[in-house]
Design a binder for this molecule. Structure first.
Ligand SMILES: Nc1ncnc2c1ncn2[C@@H]1O[C@H](COP(=O)(O)OP(=O)(O)OP(=O)(O)O)[C@@H](O)[C@H]1O
Ligand SMILES: [Mg+2]
Length: 403
């Protein structure tokens, strides 16, 4: 076995990307010292250019190899890693010892080996990231002298996984919406006629009979309730997209502004600060103004409900990254939406409001309307508290939608 002369090489290592001091027993490669230097340099390059992070440490945890991918995955510079960083700092507390234990046990890929192990790593910025770890103990005879780990960053794979899951949920949602929409439309049509009858005959009784005040007040109550039923039916039909649509080029800022104009003087908004930021470069877009009024009205009323009368409502319209969409965001400082109910809020009849206060149709209708405009609507919780609803609407729509 040939032994590399550490002292004579030391000065050359200072500005290298990874320090590799290795012993080789490959006589054909190392016949000449010059060739050995070249080969060592080549190995350094191999390690340096590997796609996975390669990190080796001695038995005290001091880092001895830290390649370029390691700096990207961990956020530490090579200098920091080779300085004070200990391999233990790269894992949640206790995990480094656990990994060593597993490497020594036979169950995880053989003695001294750990294969395809799902692990979390801690970056310099404190963020914990998922990795797949392939690691091994380096022996000199029977003695453990170092450990080496190949860290495969799983963030992108996890992101894709989440994305696919989200798309599946959206597909399921769209399917559910479409069948529920058909059912709702059928029921709504059947209710329309009897409701019309109730309203008409109550009106006739009020006009044609000389009734005492009690009877009149009872009839007025019937009329009010029938009207409420009619508006629910109307919302249902709108949700199921059964009402006649009228699409024209409209200024989205004006639509949002008008909805706010109608609402801001209502008592529920008295202690709510309204912040508005409109991008005046947004061109007119083809939409049904009535339907969009409903969308914004519902979302803003929900926000006011969630703030229970006081807070900040923040509304923005903007264009972004030439993605061909107009963006509208409506944020509030209310209770936020519990993560457990977040997937259900766009479902028809889903409500957390007490009976008589909410039908649970507002957001399902908004969802149907935005989808029919070939746009997207989503809800999330803001890190600082409160909910954020984001709507995107296409700047241009196909001729089919306009006809
Ligand atoms: N800004 C918000 N903050 C917190 N929760 C919200 C917010 N917007 C909606 N939600 C939740 O989503 C549920 C469904 O909303 P949706 O508008 O569909 O129905 P609703 O407001 O309950 O009744 P409706 O609008 O038919 O009168 C609400 O009951 C509420 O729990
Ligand atoms: Mg609502």
């Amino acid at each position: 076995m040939e032994k590399s002369d550490e002292n004579s090489k030391k000065s050359n290592y200072n500005d290298q990307d990874a320090i590799v001091v290795l012993d080789f027993d490959l006589p054909s490669l190392f016949r000449y010292d010059e060739k050995r230097v070249t080969s060592n340099a080549f190995l350094r390059k191999l390690i340096h250019s590997a796609a996975d992070a390669i990190i080796a440490s001695d038995m005290t945890g001091k880092i001895i190899i830290f390649n370029k991918a390691a700096t990207e995955v961990s956020g530490y510079s090579k200098k920091e890693a080779m300085g004070d960083l200990n391999i233990r700092d790269l894992y949640p507390p206790g995990d480094a010892q656990e990994i060593m234990k597993k490497m020594r046990s036979h169950e995880y890929g053989g003695d001294g080996l750990l294969k395809g192990y799902k692990q979390m790593a801690i970056r310099k910025d404190g963020i914990t990231i998922p990795i797949i770890l392939n690691a091994s103990i380096v022996y000199e005879g029977d003695k453990e002298v170092a450990s080496i780990g190949f860290f495969h960053d799983m963030r992108e794979a996890k992101r894709l996984e989440c994305e696919i899951e989200k798309m599946q949920i959206q597909l399921l949602q769209a399917e559910k919406m479409s069948s529920l929409g058909k059912l709702a439309a059928g029921v709504a049509h059947q209710l329309n006629n009897p409701l019309g009858g109730i309203t008409l005959f109550t009106q006739l009784m009020l006009e044609e009979y000389d009734l005492n005040d009690d009877a009149k007040s009872d009839l007025l109550k019937i009329q009010r309730d029938a009207e409420r039923c009619s508006s629910i039916v109307k919302e249902l039909l709108e949700f199921a997209r059964q009402t006649k649509r009228e699409v024209k080029l409209q200024n989205i800022n004006k639509i949002v502004g008008r909805t706010l104009f109608l609402l801001r003087n209502q008592s529920i908004f008295q202690n709510i600060e309204i912040l508005e930021s409109y991008d005046n470069n947004i061109p007119e877009i083809p939409v049904d103004i009535q339907q969009l009024n409903h969308v914004f009205m519902n979302i803003i009323l929900n926000a006011a409900d969630a703030m229970e009368g006081s807070g900040v409502l923040d509304i923005k319209t903007f264009l972004e990254d030439n993605d061909g969409m107009v963006h509208i965001t409506i944020a509030d400082t209310g209770t936020g939406i519990p993560e457990s109910t977040l997937p259900s809020i766009f479902e028809p009849f889903f409500t957390t409001k007490e009976e008589g206060k909410g039908t649970g149709l507002g957001l399902s209708m908004a969802y149907g309307i935005v989808e029919s405009h070939k746009g997207k609507i989503k809800a999330e919780n803001r890190p600082e508290g409160g909910a954020l609803f984001s709507i995107t609407l296409p700047l241009k729509n196909e001729a089919q939608f306009l006809s």
